[in-house]
Design a protein around this ligand. Structure first.
Ligand SMILES: C[C@H](O)CC(=O)SCCNC(=O)CCNC(=O)[C@H](O)C(C)(C)COP(=O)(O)OP(=O)(O)OC[C@H]1O[C@@H](n2cnc3c(N)ncnc32)[C@H](O)[C@@H]1OP(=O)(O)O
Length: 722
């Protein structure tokens, strides 16, 4: 069966309209590309065709090369187009080199290969809201259909570098000011304007621009080399583990130094190589995994329609509550923020205000929009105005009895359809709802701090949460631009439960002699935004101890018990807020190592009764990474085996978006599978013998290792708790 096509319609004006059809985003599959070539050849041969307009069906030009084909090409099941087939043969020689002019009519999106097709046309007309960009680097490849050559020639080197290296699209008006498009018109006028434009080119009323050979926007060679050098330094600093941004710069440079044709061949060669890289495989996996989180078997396939949420109440104006309120008002939800007294309320409102104001400072919000958005927030001290809310999100401190009281009050004051959500990060939701009869509408809405910035929303369902409520919250998640992951109810849910051993493993190593700062350094080199100790400081020792207590209570056999953090807290070192934790902090919140911590470690070591292990004082970075992350993989396996997560890919997204696990490693389970279940099992078993139960591999891991199957392959018998 063909995967997409183009159609050719010739009008009485002599303009052939070629439309790309491949829903949902008119991606350029191999079939579409072959069909595009055929349509072009036909249009060029026909005497009744004077000029050509290319467009996309249903208001979308094209979302680029078909990403679903990546897997097939990587696995050897789909032949890759031969190097240069699209960029040289179709786009440069057939389309751009034709004797008939082409104009691209762009609505919706022209991304990646989509924009590259448009740039090979002799002019481009777009709508104001169209998004135009080359986001290929996000997928671990570089633009492969001539983008590295044509974009710099159309918009200048600096802007082109920014758009490619940051994968940052521009909208119609900006594209016009940059020279990427030639006119911006409304959707109704788009195709007709493009047709006229094409005829105007033919009749010399508009310029016939071959963008591959345009030079007026390119900086002189010396200056260009300086810009490229700077871009290389920036790219290396931003992502030291990634090479493909540097290869992208190489391809651009080749075109500038040796001419665009040489640049096209260099680009084709680099693209082919990168397509098979682990980084590309990981990033493509993340692309689909992210889109897969909203597909929850047995819930989102029942045809349920999300109910309209008109008004939301947030309980608690602390860091989390104010962040959640900010995320909601930013997406136009009217929000009631409740606090226990005027002082706390004003502080909460002040936090929301500051969050919004920082958007003005960053140029992301106008003062008028600020006024409108801020006016959606109303502060209250009682439950009176809760009578017409459709959803409540509780975000008070992690105290079980307080939360129980709140939920019992909510049941009294909120309408019966109202969703009762808790932002708890660890506490069992059944416990929270114990004093209510509303278990079907109780759900977890676990945001990550800062809630208006972090992209993940962990949606926690109990066995009694109704499917409708899950669908409603998924919809709210979409509205507030979060990536939701639906998980089952247990202590720590998926993200905190998986990542609890992250800090624990680090503490175990430190008590046995590994250096705190070496651990953090190895972990950040691996690609995490910060190591476990810096993270502990950021979160605060109060939270670390509270979470630790929950884990000790619920998983005593595998929780590593150490007094290191409580001892430090006792000495008023409680993390960044006290300006002392595992690091010391200056006025600008810069962290520096502190030799003083040795004394706390020694004290904790004495209490635990462990001794320094010489081997652990000389660990390589690789050892540290494995000893810290394999326990995380182990716990992720338990989470999967218990049915807390529906699929391994959800855990990958949870790790990437909730913990900052490097997306170019594909997420925790994808990364683990790249090492193999057998290897991980054998390492954990070895450490378990040496250092105790904490490392003991779980049954799921043992089973996969014996069978030699990947950790992420679906379970034969899902022991689902959902
Ligand atoms: C050689 C070339 O230079 C190489 C390339 O062109 S590589 C591809 C470059 N293009 C991209 O990176 C764009 C990727 N896509 C996106 O950023 C976003 O999907 C989008 C902005 C196009 C649309 O976003 P949004 O409206 O939020 O919808 P979103 O859920 O992401 O996508 C809708 C569907 O289209 C699919 N899709 C999006 N882009 C696709 C693509 N390029 N190929 C195949 N499928 C694609 C998604 O997987 C999703 O499928 P699903 O409904 O089955 O889950």
């Amino acid at each position: 069966m063909n995967k997409g096509r183009t159609i050719l319609e010739v009008g009485a004006d002599g303009v052939a309209l070629i439309t790309i059809i491949n829903p949902p985003v008119n991606s350029l599959s191999i079939d579409v590309l072959n069909s595009l070539k055929e349509s072009y050849e036909q249009a060029l041969q026909r005497d009744d065709v004077k000029a050509i307009v290319v467009t996309g069906a249903k208001g979308k030009f094209s979302g680029g090369f078909d990403i679903t084909a990546f897997g097939g090409i990587q696995g050897g099941n789909t032949p890759a187009p031969k190097p240069g087939f699209v960029s040289v043969e179709i786009l440069s020689d057939t389309l751009e080199g034709a004797k008939k002019p082409s104009v691209a009519a762009i609505d919706g999106l022209a991304l990646g290969g989509g924009l590259e097709v448009a740039m090979a046309c002799h002019a481009r007309i777009s709508t104001p809201n169209a998004q135009l960009g080359l986001p290929e680097l996000q997928l671990g490849v570089i633009p492969g259909f001539g983008g590295t050559q044509r974009l710099p020639r159309l918009v200048g080197l600096s802007k082109a570098l920014e758009m490619m290296l940051m994968s940052k699209p521009v909208k119609g008006e900006e594209a016009l000011s940059l020279g990427l498009v030639d006119a911006v018109v409304s959707g109704n006028e788009l195709v007709n304007t493009a047709r006229r434009w094409a005829l105007d080119i033919l009749e010399h009323r508009r310029p016939w621009v071959v963008s591959l050979y345009k030079t007026d926007k390119l900086e002189p060679l010396g200056e260009a080399r300086e810009i490229l050098k700077f871009a290389r330094t920036q790219a290396q600093r931003r992502a030291p583990n990634l090479n493909h941004p540097l290869f992208c710069i190489d391809a651009i440079e080749e075109g500038i130094v040796s001419g665009p044709r040489a640049g096209l061949w260099k680009e084709a060669e680099v693209f082919q190589g990168l397509l098979h890289s682990d980084i590309c495989k990981s990033l493509v996996h993340i692309f689909f995994a992210q889109r897969g989180t909203t597909k929850v078997p047995g819930v989102t396939d029942l045809g349920l329609v999300p109910r309209r949420i008109n008004k939301v109440a947030v309980l608690g104006g602390g860091l989390m509550g104010s962040g959640i309120a900010t995320a909601l008002v930013l997406s136009n939800y009217p929000v009631i923020l409740k606090e226990v007294n005027e002082k706390f309320l004003q502080a909460g409102i002040g936090r929301v205000k500051a969050n919004l104001q920082s958007r003005i400072k960053k140029g992301k919000m106008t003062p008028e929009k600020f006024e409108k958005t801020f006016s959606l927030l109303k502060g209250v001290l009682d439950y009176e105005s809760f009578r017409d809310v459709d959803m409540v999100i509780e975000a008070v401190i992690e105290n079980v009895s307080l939360k129980q009281q709140i939920f019992s009050d909510l049941e009294k004051y909120c309408p019966p359809h109202c969703i009762l959500a808790s932002n708890t990060s660890t506490i069992d939701l059944n416990l929270i709802g114990e004093r209510t009869r509303s278990h079907d509408r109780i759900i977890g809405a676990h945001f990550f701090s800062p809630a208006h910035v972090m992209p993940l929303l962990e949606i926690v369902r109990t066995q009694k949460t109704s499917f409708q409520v899950i669908v409603d919250l998924l919809d709210v998640g979409k509205m507030i631009k979060k990536t939701p992951v639906v998980v089952g109810n247990c202590t720590g849910f998926a993200v905190n439960r998986m990542f609890f051993p992250y800090t624990q493993a680090a503490l175990l190593l430190v008590e046995r002699g590994t250096d705190v700062y070496q651990i953090d350094k190895a972990i950040t080199k691996f690609g995490m935004p910060m190591g476990p100790f810096r993270l502990c400081d950021l979160v605060g020792f109060g939270v670390a101890i509270a979470t630790g207590t929950q884990f000790i209570m619920n998983f005593p056999e595998r929780t590593y018990k150490t007094m290191l953090i409580p001892i430090m807290q006792e000495d008023k070192r409680a993390g960044e807020t006290t300006r002392k934790g595992f690091y010391v902090y200056n006025d600008k919140r810069k962290a520096s190592p502190d030799p003083e911590i040795k004394k706390y470690i020694e004290k904790a070591r004495n209490i635990s009764g462990v001794t320094i292990d010489l081997k652990l004082t000389k660990l390589s970075d690789k050892d540290i990474i494995e000893m810290v992350f394999f326990p995380v993989v182990n716990e992720a396996c338990r989470v999967l085996a218990e049915g807390i997560a529906v699929k391994a890919a959800d855990l990958d997204i949870s790790a990437v978006m909730g913990m900052g696990f490097p997306p170019y490693r594909g997420g925790i389970m994808f990364w683990a599978d790249s090492l193999g279940s057998k290897y991980i099992y054998s390492r954990l078993a070895e450490w378990s013998n040496m250092y105790g139960e904490f490392f003991k591999p779980c049954a799921y891991l043992a089973d996969r290792a014996t069978k030699g199957t990947p950790l992420s392959s679906p379970m034969e018998q899902a022991k689902s708790r959902l």
